[in-house]
Design a protein around this ligand. Structure first.
Ligand code: CTP
Length: 143
């Protein structure tokens, strides 16, 4: 396997579902990061068969809502001075605000511009589905 060196400082997103790192890369706007970012796809994993992985070698303000929505099984590793100082597993967020859009054209959120907060509630974890707070239409991030 190709060897990618360890980072000195930053974030390693590990155990990303294979095929998802590219979607995550765009959604987290990692193309705008000025420091080193490495994306690896289809790495052999004992636990998952195949997995994706992203290393971000900088202090980066991670959007956990977007990460949890797209890659809920990711392990987030924070690295300082070359050592992993913190590690945790993501989960699907119960409530999502400001990321999803309702696909129902008649939903009030698509006509009423004064609506500032628009929440979606987790509906089906396995299908990554969320329910619109206004019209109950079920949607996913990909839609
Ligand atoms: N890593 C890195 N730079 C470091 C430390 C770790 O890039 N300075 C990366 C490793 O290459 C690995 C991930 O962070 O891809 C997790 O590292 P580590 O905690 O050492 O691995 P494990 O404990 O084996 O991870 P897990 O148990 O979560 O599979």
């Amino acid at each position: 396997m190709i060897n990618v060196s360890k980072i000195k400082r930053g974030i390693v997103l590990d155990h990303i579902e294979a095929g998802t790192a590219q979607i995550l890369y765009k959604a987290l706007r990692l193309d705008e990061v000025q420091d080193t970012v490495v994306m690896m796809q289809n790495i052999d994993s004992s636990k998952m068969g195949k997995k994706d992985l992203i290393k971000i070698e900088t202090d980066y303000d991670l959007d956990f809502t977007v990460l949890g929505l797209i890659a809920p099984y990711t392990t987030v590793n924070f690295v300082r001075d070359g050592e992993r100082v913190k590690k945790f597993k993501m989960e699907m967020p119960e409530v999502v605000e400001g990321v999803l859009h309702c696909k129902n054209p008649r939903c009030i959120s698509n006509s009423e511009r004064s609506i500032k907060s628009h929440k979606f509630y987790l509906y089906n974890k396995d299908k990554k589905e969320y329910r619109c707070e206004y019209c109950d239409t079920v949607t996913t991030y990909e839609e």
